[in-house]
Design a protein around this ligand. Sequence first.
Ligand SMILES: Cc1cc2nc3c(=O)[nH]c(=O)nc-3n(C[C@H](O)[C@H](O)[C@H](O)COP(=O)(O)O)c2cc1C
Ligand code: SF4
Length: 507
Amino acid sequence: MRNVFYRILILVIIIEILFAIFWPPGLWTLVLIVPIFLIGLRDVANKRQTIRKNFPVLGNIRYLLESIRPEIMQYFVETDTEGRPINRIFRSLIYQRAKKQTDTTPFGTQSDVYKSGYEWLAHSVYAIQDRKMDHDPKVRIGSKDCKQPYDCSLYNISAMSYGSLSKNAVMALNGGAKIGGFFHNTGEGAISPFHIEHGGDLVWQIGTGYFGCRNKEGEFDIEKFTENAVRPTVKMIEIKISQGAKPGHGGILPAVKNTEEIAAIRGVEPHTTVFSPPGHSAFSNADELIQFIKKLREASGGKPVGFKLCIGRRGEFKDFCRAMIKHDTTPDFITVDGGEGGTGAAPVEFSNSLGMPLRDGLAFVHDTLIGYGLRKEIKLIASGKIMTGFHMIRAMALGADVCTSARAMMLALGCIQALQCNSNTCPVGVATQNKMLMNGLNVEDKKQRVANFQKGTIHSFVELLAAAGIPDSSQVERRYINRRVDMTRICTYEELYPSIQEGSLID
Ligand SMILES: Cc1cc2nc3c(=O)[nH]c(=O)nc-3n(C[C@H](O)[C@H](O)[C@H](O)COP(=O)(O)O)c2cc1C
Ligand code: SF4
């Protein structure tokens, strides 16, 4: 192919010389031909890409098609139920709810209701009238040791840092939280001015990098912690132990996104890739974790303190429970994240092959807390593809008190699932630090969309509760959720995840 390229090159040079001699206007063809030949020469000279070297000029078509593959798949190939990680049905529903457009569907379900894995809620003959339902339900978070309990909405914004998201995205999320009265988790990248400006309730997350409460060596600093924890908009504090998309791997802030401003907020070197350590230096066993929680609660003036994890080894969680009993104190909440969870950037193996999926992890955590007689003190928050009212009910059947979402909120902000969150080129200004791209995200418009989406989802959740004759979310039981396990067999969640007796694990 390279020889063909050289032959064509010689042929074109001869033709151009003839043009120059007999018909000078023909030289205008050089405008097109010269750039093509320069590309060809660059391809032949390159030492890294064999396709370009062997097939100069033509080889570039392969790279062009590869670069627009996600868009072609999304716009022309994928069906409504197929898109990954979030299929078109859910994406459209989120956009519709965010824009307050019609969110009903015509002609019936597109799901195959005889396929294994299909799930549904058992409705009731005794459906409850809409006016008798609470349309803004809240759950109080705060154990016996907590002095400032928080009345929490049932659907909130999951952890995403400023750095991973743009400042406009952070402001729009926080503004949405303020309008709708739900919380906004800061993510592990510290509290930035953009988390504060709109006054929405914050859950301040502390990861292994201790951003916002670290000393020069990168270790936990109690004084800096107190300065931030007592801020009035900080309603709860979450220690991040792990996240479903990359459990056992610290956060990653790519160098292209680590601007001077972000580096100053986090207390790190700008323009370098920042890896948070995989584990905490403030505690190294279950006893120390429980004492750390106690310390943070005291230093924050008694605000609810909890931790977030994706379940790995079951025995380690049981150790936490035994330590809670030993020290007679519990976290105020535990956030269970599923292996299906999202991230700004993670190694592929960590995303694909580590971490218990949400439904299994949630049922395990709920049952273990019941088994150790600790469940009444601790509220459970669930995250992992919870995007609709049904997803919320399903999580609650397995033990969740409260749900959160990261990617559904990003979609409400205008994310088009272009899957470039780790490359600073997010076309809609959500996950980028590129000023030109982020300026396209209108905070005033998008904060209202975030609030609309959250409200629409809660509305659908309450309507489903009413249809199932369930007066409030604390009464959702496993027996109400059905799953087809094969063509002729249906199991309830109670059969799949059998409940256990209160206190049965204590001995
Ligand atoms: C862009 C992005 C950034 C995230 N950053 C954090 C983080 O800083 N801390 C954390 O605990 N989880 C982080 N997560 C995980 C989410 O908080 C959440 O646990 C996970 O995505 C599951 O929710 P989802 O399926 O609704 O997205 C991030 C997720 C995304 C998509
Ligand atoms: S549109 Fe932006 S936020 Fe959404 S997936 Fe793509 S890069 Fe990430």
